[in-house]
Design a protein around this ligand. Structure first.
Ligand code: F6R
Length: 236
């Protein structure tokens, strides 16, 4: 694992955006896995600036997002599709037909997950996967469990995650309790992984991921087994 510590969040955004930009410049038709949440927001802003300054061309990339709330239509302001459209996709020249996000509005969650795995395989797999990490060590919505989930699947969100994310919803009742998420196998198949995190409340999860035992109780610890992982962590 390659670990980069930054002094401030701006540096984190800059460094992560540089790695994504380098990937797209080296391979314009890269398949990129994107994450949502508060951590990547500044990274996406940085990428948008690079695009507006003509340093970056998204036209040939294919994208796959890690996860989506189950039961929310893509038009819901708290859906991850909406987030991606607002923060990145709507502001750059990505081809809309090459955007993939698990379909949380589809009744048959199992079929939605199977189709998602097929689409990733058809695209040739993910070249570069951006990840955040939950306070409990989750990646995507792979929550602490007795085993590592494999493929894209329907997840029951844990109390910790519900608490962490309810700030985005008007009320707790409005917040979905389930999500569709790439599994650990889907994530580990990515050729390159960059995980970003900031804040004191992520310190324990980062420490466990890097130095602790590999255990599904801290899902991110599985990344110790991946050959190309960069972690960018800003403690403040
Ligand atoms: C989001 C995702 C989650 C977040 C994690 C950290 O697509 O997969 O695993 O990366 O919950 O979220 P923030 O960045 O809001 O702390």
């Amino acid at each position: 694992m390659n670990i980069i510590k930054t002094d401030n969040r701006q540096q984190l955004y800059e460094q992560a955006a540089t790695l994504i930009a380098a990937q797209i410049i080296a391979k314009p038709d890269s398949v990129i896995g994107f994450a949502t949440g508060s951590t990547p927001e500044g990274i996406y802003q940085n990428l948008v600036e690079r695009y507006k300054n003509n340093f970056l061309d998204f036209s040939a990339i294919t994208s796959f997002n890690l996860d989506e709330y189950y039961g929310l239509a893509g038009s819901h302001p708290q859906s991850y599709r909406y987030y991606m459209q607002e923060k990145l996709f709507g502001q750059v020249n990505i081809n809309a037909e090459k955007i993939h996000i698990p379909d949380g509005s589809r009744k048959d969650a199992g079929a939605a997950c199977q189709d998602y795995e097929k689409q990733m395989a058809q695209a040739g797999g993910i070249d570069f996967q951006l990840l955040g990490i939950g306070r409990n060590g989750h990646i995507g919505f792979n929550e602490p469990a007795e085993f590592f989930p494999g493929d894209t699947h329907l997840v029951d969100l844990t109390e910790d995650t519900l608490q962490a994310n309810q700030r985005f919803f008007a009320s707790r009742e409005e917040m979905p309790t389930q999500a569709l998420s790439m599994g650990i196998k889907s994530i580990m198949k990515a050729r390159k992984i960059v995980l970003v995190a900031f804040g004191e409340d992520k310190r324990e999860a980062i420490e466990g991921m890097v130095n602790g035992p590999i255990t599904p109780q801290l899902p991110a610890s599985v990344l110790q087994l991946h050959p190309d992982v960069t972690i960018i962590y800003c403690p403040v």
